[in-house]
Design a protein around this ligand. Structure first.
Ligand SMILES: Nc1ncnc2c1ncn2[C@@H]1O[C@H](COP(=O)(O)OP(=O)(O)O)[C@@H](O)[C@H]1O
Ligand code: SF4
Ligand SMILES: [Mg+2]
Length: 479
């Protein structure tokens, strides 16, 4: 396959991250056609290295980055990280690896939740990871399961009432062809059934949410539980739920479960200790969030209480970098992290990424469509075209002697900031062909000035044309 081959891969003992023969295809409509977004590409990165991944928009760079992260999983191929194949992992095994692999996206503003405060956004990965690292003890675990069970029963009761109501409406309609009688069936359900449904729909999710707060040992869980128990108890006591009706039984049951859970969290020593231990973890999280925010150049005191819309694009990208750093990852995949920013801010963010790489011992995969940006930050560059890798080389070598006609055309299309200098040589012409039906042989042949019959008949694979310089082309330029 064009751009396939793994001649450029280094020995597995030298690399931290390897993608081998990665394929990502997306189905299109019902015709059975597929978007061939990534077609048998292999990449590797050594510890501490920055791999630049360049190519035109739509060539499959982001899809490659996401496939490495298993978001979504590739159609086929392997992703080896620290000797583990991520494509073989699932569930908690995959979750354990996730903190080591983080991603920064192109549009910093839309990748931050506008309703949350920056302190919470940056702390969120820590909180999610804390529930893996510090699962609740048996006492809190039991209280959580009890609350989730009560929530499910309340919700199931509401679902039963809704089902009976709909059946009552639809069955006469089917049997006698009478009019579809939703209101008649509602009357048959009666006020108790109706109130029971409302109660289940409200109390079920409330109880589920409170259960999650207890599981995560959030301090507000205790107040929420006491409130829930008191409200349910008072409503049942004053007869608002109708003494002896199914509704009063549900109200008492939910109140009792909330009261038991409140006791477990506030009085039972095992529960109290679990909450206290988590409070210490949260203090540590706060310390880490503050440190990371100041490392990326933001003042924690002013940034943490604010929301993303109060920051500029560059500051939002700093927040995204902080969020990626907070779990102390080994690899960060930067998907066009500066493409959406002003040129002056681009330089600041690139410098910041370089600083963070040194400070946090990071390995980077740096995706960009701009070769000039990639040259400055990369130790090795892979050029992609229509789901394939067409050239891999050291940046200086690639920029001085591009061997693939596509790389050469990309380099010629970099604007020279000098009006007296004319852009020399042919730049890229034509559109990227459709990845649904890519050209046979070499995928670049429809735009290549050097294409010959062989290029349509046979797909070139990556082969060495110099030291650490690999190209997938039948007729490469002289290196
Ligand atoms: N979820 C998806 N469903 C269908 N096609 C997709 C999906 N994601 C990406 N593609 C297609 O895959 C190709 C590669 O996209 P992408 O990886 O985003 O390119 P790049 O990041 O290089 O601009 C494009 O043709 C795009 O339209
Ligand atoms: S010369 Fe042939 S193989 Fe090489 S890039 Fe052009 S079309 Fe592809
Ligand atoms: Mg992209």
């Amino acid at each position: 396959m064009a751009g396939s081959g793994d001649a450029h891969l280094r020995p597995p003992t030298e690399t931290l991250l390897r993608a081998e023969h990665l394929v990502v295809e997306f189905p299109v409509g019902r015709s059975g056609a597929k978007v061939h977004a990534v077609s048998d590409i292999s990449l590797d990165v050594r510890p501490g290295e920055t791999l630049g991944l360049v190519g035109e928009s739509g060539c499959g760079k982001s899809t490659t980055g996401k496939a490495i992260m298993q978001l979504p999983r590739p159609t086929s191929g392997a992703v080896l990280f620290d000797d583990e194949d991520l494509t073989e992992l699932s569930g908690s095994d995959l979750r354990k690896v996730r903190p080591d692999l983080q991603m920064i996206f192109q549009d910093p503003i839309s990748s931050l939740n506008p309703r949350r405060r920056v302190g919470d956004i940056v702390a969120e990965p820590l909180r999610i990871w804390a529930s893996e690292q510090h699962p609740p003890g048996p006492t809190i675990g039991l209280a959580t399961r009890l609350m989730h069970l009560a929530a499910l029963i309340a919700f199931a009761g509401a679902a039963l009432v809704v089902t009976l109501w709909l059946l009552g409406a639809v069955l006469p309609y089917l049997a006698n062809n009478e009019s579809f009688g939703l209101s008649g069936a509602w009357e048959a359900i009666g006020p108790t059934g109706g109130t029971l449904m409302m109660w289940g729909l409200v109390a079920g999710p409330l109880m589920w949410g409170a259960g999650n707060l207890v599981r995560d040992r959030v301090p507000t869980a205790r107040r929420a539980l006491i409130g829930l128990a008191v409200v349910q108890g008072v409503l049942a006591l004053i007869g608002a739920t109708g003494a002896g009706t199914p509704l009063s039984v549900v109200a008492w049951a939910i109140g009792a479960v909330a009261a038991v859970a409140a006791l477990v969290c506030t009085v039972v020593p095992a529960g109290r200790n679990d909450f206290a231990a988590m409070a210490e973890v949260r203090v540590e999280h706060d310390r880490i969030v503050r440190r990371v925010l100041s490392d990326v150049g933001l003042d924690p005191d002013s940034a943490m209480p604010r929301r993303p819309h109060e920051f500029s694009g560059g500051q939002c990208q700093r927040i995204c970098i902080a969020r990626a750093l907070v779990l102390d990852p080994k690899v960060i995949i930067c998907d066009e992290p500066v493409s959406a920013l002003d040129v002056s801010v681009q330089a600041q963010i690139l410098n910041l990424l370089q600083d963070m790489k040194a400070r946090y011992n990071l390995t980077l995969v740096f995706i960009a469509h701009d070769l000039a940006v990639v040259k400055n930050v990369s130790d090795r560059v892979a050029v992609m075209y229509l789901g394939k890798v067409c050239e891999v080389a050291d940046p200086d070598d690639l920029y001085a002697h591009p061997a693939h006609p596509y790389s050469a055309a990309l380099l010629r299309s970099i604007p020279v900031p000098d009006p007296t200098v004319s852009q020399s040589g042919a730049t890229l012409s034509g559109e990227l062909p459709s990845p649904v039906d890519p050209p046979s042989g070499c995928r670049f042949r429809t735009r290549c000035p050097k294409a010959q019959d062989l290029c349509a008949a046979e797909e070139p694979t990556l082969r060495a044309v110099g030291e650490n310089h690999y190209v997938a082309c039948h007729f490469p330029n002289e290196a």
